[in-house]
Design a protein around this ligand. Structure first.
Ligand SMILES: Cc1cc2nc3c(=O)[nH]c(=O)nc-3n(C[C@H](O)[C@H](O)[C@H](O)COP(=O)(O)OP(=O)(O)OC[C@H]3O[C@@H](n4cnc5c(N)ncnc54)[C@H](O)[C@@H]3O)c2cc1C
Length: 457
C-alpha cells in the first residue's frame, strides 16, 4: 500500500505517526511546499484577496513548512464533551463520542493528560480546563520526528496543485509542482492535510466539490471585562497554572441559539517583558533589546519569575486581568472561491468573502450577560470595557470550520474512496474551544478501524 500525505503540518505529522504505529512497514510519501524555515502566506507566495470585511485567518494564521502552523501556535489541546452543544448534528455527535473515547490515548502521545472535570458554574456556563503542549515542544513534525522515519520519503518544494479523480470518487493521481515543473504521481491512499484553506483550494481546483464555493466560518474575539483583584470566580481559579513547561488554563463556555461562545482570561496585557517572552517562545524571535526591556522593569520581572518558577502560576501584573469573549461567527454566507488572480506559483489564488452578520451581536450580548451574572454572583470587582459590543471590530482568530458538510462519521471517512481530508474545516462547529485537537481522535479512529477500507475496490 503506497500512501501519500499532502502537507507536513500539524495534521500531516499526526497522521504519519498514527499510520506508522499501526503499520510500521507503511510506504509513505510526504509532499510539502517547504522551502527553508516556516513561512507566512506572503513569504511563501500564496495569494488571497479579501472581498468583504477583515479576515486575517489566511494572511496571519497559516504557516508553511515542516510543522506548519504548529510551529507558531499556542499548542492548547482541547476536545469536545457532552456539555459543548445543546443540539449537535449527527456528525458532531460522532466527533464528541470519539473524542470522549480516545482523548486520553491522544493526549498520551504528547505525554500530557487532562483529567480535570468540567463544572457548571451557572445555568448558562460550564468550565473547561485546557492543557497546553510544553513551550519547547510545539511543532508536531519535530515532536513525532517525522524526518527520522525511514518509511517516509519527504518531497520538499513540492506543491500539490490538484487531484485527478475518476467517476467513482477515487483519486487516481496528484499533480504537483516540483522546482517549478508540473509532475504527477499515483498512490493507493491519500491524506489531504494542506491546511483548511489550501486543502479547500485544491479540492475546488480539482472540481471535486459541488459548486465553486466552500462555505466556512470562524471565531470572533473581543475584550469585554477588566477585572481587578482575585483570579477566583466562585470556586474556580482562572489563573494559568504551570505543569512542567506546560500551561493549564480555564475558560467558561456557553451557547446562544446553537452558537457557541467562550469567556477566557487574558493576563499581562500591558507588560512589555511578557510580550518579549511570547515573541521568543511562540515566534522563536529574539532581539537584544528584550534584555534592556527586562532590565528597565526589574521588580515586575522578578515578580514574574517568582510566580512562574516558585508558585508555578501565571504572574498577574498590577492584580489586573481581562476576560475576552470569543464566539462562533453565526453568519452562514462566508465562503472562499478560486480567484482570477494567480499566485507566485502561477496557480489561481483564493478570494475570501467573510462578514459578521447581525446575529453575532445578539450572541455577544447574551454571552456578556451570562458572564456578568457569574461575576456579580461571585462579588468580583470588574469594569465592562465594551458596553455595546460592536461585532464588526471583533478580531477573528484562526479556527476555520464548517467547510465540508459531512453528515456522519461514515460520510467523513468514506466521502472519497481513497482519501481522507483532515483539517479543522471538516468540523461542523468550533464550539467554545480551540478545536485542532478535537479532530485528532477521529484520525486515530480512522486509522484503527477504517483506514484503506475503500482503496482496493
Ligand atoms: C497563532 C496561532 C495560535 C494557535 N493556537 C492554537 C491552539 O492553542 N490550539 C488549537 O487547537 N489551535 C490553535 N491554532 C490553530 C492551529 O494552529 C491550526 O488549527 C492547525 O495548525 C491546523 O493544522 P493543519 O495541519 O490543517 O495546517 P498546518 O499545520 O498549517 O499544515 C499545513 C501544511 O501543508 C503544507 N502545504 C500547504 N499547501 C501545500 C500544498 N499545496 N502542497 C503541499 N504542502 C502544502 C504547509 O507547508 C504545511 O506544512 C492556532 C493558530 C495560530 C495561527
Amino acid at each position: 500500500m503506497r500512501i501519500a500525505v499532502i502537507g507536513a503540518g500539524t495534521y500531516g505529522s499526526y497522521v504519519i505517526d498514527g499510520l506508522l504505529r499501526k503499520y510500521p512497514d507503511a510506504d509513505i510519501t510526504l509532499f510539502d511546499v517547504w522551502q527553508r524555515g516556516v513561512k507566512s502566506e506572503q513569504e511563501i507566495g500564496y495569494y488571497t484577496t479579501l472581498k468583504q470585511a477583515l479576515y486575517k485567518g489566511l494572511s496571519d494564521g497559516r504557516f508553511f513548512g515542516f510543522g506548519g502552523a504548529s510551529d507558531k501556535w499556542g499548542g492548547q489541546l482541547l476536545t469536545f464533551s457532552d456539555n459543548d452543544f445543546a443540539h449537535p448534528d449527527a456528525f458532531m455527535r460522532d466527533v464528541i463520542s470519539v473524542d470522549k473515547a480516545r482523548k486520553d490515548e491522544m493526549l498520551a502521545k504528547f505525554k500530557i493528560e487532562n483529567k480535570y472535570p468540567e463544572h457548571h458554574i451557572s445555568d448558562e456556563l460550564f468550565t473547561k480546563t485546557g492543557v497546553w503542549l510544553s513551550a519547547f515542544h510545539r511543532n508536531f513534525f519535530n515532536w513525532f520526528r517525522i524526518h527520522k522515519r525511514k518509511q517516509v520519503k519527504i518531497l520538499t518544494q513540492a506543491r500539490v496543485v490538484r487531484l485527478i479523480a475518476d467517476d467513482s470518487e477515487a483519486i487516481k493521481e496528484i499533480v504537483y509542482l516540483h522546482n517549478g515543473k508540473e509532475q504527477k504521481a499515483s498512490f493507493d491512499y491519500y491524506f489531504l492535510t494542506a491546511g483548511a484553506f489550501e486543502s479547500a483550494r485544491i479540492l475546488l481546483a480539482s472540481g471535486m466539490l459541488k459548486g465553486d464555493k466552500v462555505y466556512f466560518s470562524d471565531h470572533l474575539s473581543t475584550k469585554v471585562f477588566k477585572i481587578k483583584g482575585t483570579t477566583k470566580i466562585k470556586d474556580e481559579d482562572f489563573v494559568f497554572r504551570m505543569r512542567g513547561t506546560s500551561l493549564i488554563t480555564k475558560r467558561m463556555i456557553g451557547e446562544k441559539d446553537d452558537t457557541s461562545y467562550y469567556v477566557h482570561p487574558v493576563f499581562n496585557l500591558r507588560f512589555p517583558f511578557f510580550d518579549c517572552m511570547k515573541e521568543v517562545l511562540f515566534k522563536h524571535h529574539f532581539e537584544w533589546k528584550y534584555i534592556w526591556i527586562a532590565l528597565k522593569d526589574i521588580p515586575h520581572c522578578l515578580g514574574f519569575a517568582w510566580a512562574v518558577l516558585v508558585q508555578r502560576k501565571m504572574y498577574v501584573l498590577n492584580n489586573e486581568w481581562y476576560l475576552y469573549i470569543d464566539a462562533e461567527n453565526p453568519a452562514k454566507d462566508c465562503y472562499i472561491t478560486l480567484s482570477e488572480q494567480k499566485d507566485a506559483f502561477g496557480i489561481q489564488g483564493v478570494d475570501v468573502y467573510y462578514h459578521v452578520g447581525d446575529k453575532a451581536a445578539e450572541v455577544y450580548e447574551s454571552a456578556k450577560q451570562a458572564a456578568k451574572n457569574v461575576l456579580d454572583e461571585a462579588g468580583v470587582c470588574y469594569e465592562v470595557l465594551a458596553e455595546r459590543i460592536d461585532v464588526q471590530t471583533c478580531e477573528d482568530i484562526y479556527h476555520p470550520y464548517g467547510m465540508f458538510d459531512f453528515k456522519s462519521i461514515d460520510d467523513y471517512f468514506g466521502r472519497w474512496r481513497n482519501m481522507l481530508v483532515v483539517t479543522t474545516g471538516c468540523l461542523p462547529r468550533s464550539g467554545g474551544i480551540n478545536p485542532t485537537a478535537s479532530l485528532l481522535p477521529m484520525v486515530d479512529e480512522f486509522i484503527e478501524k477504517h483506514a484503506f477500507a475503500g482503496a482496493d475496490k
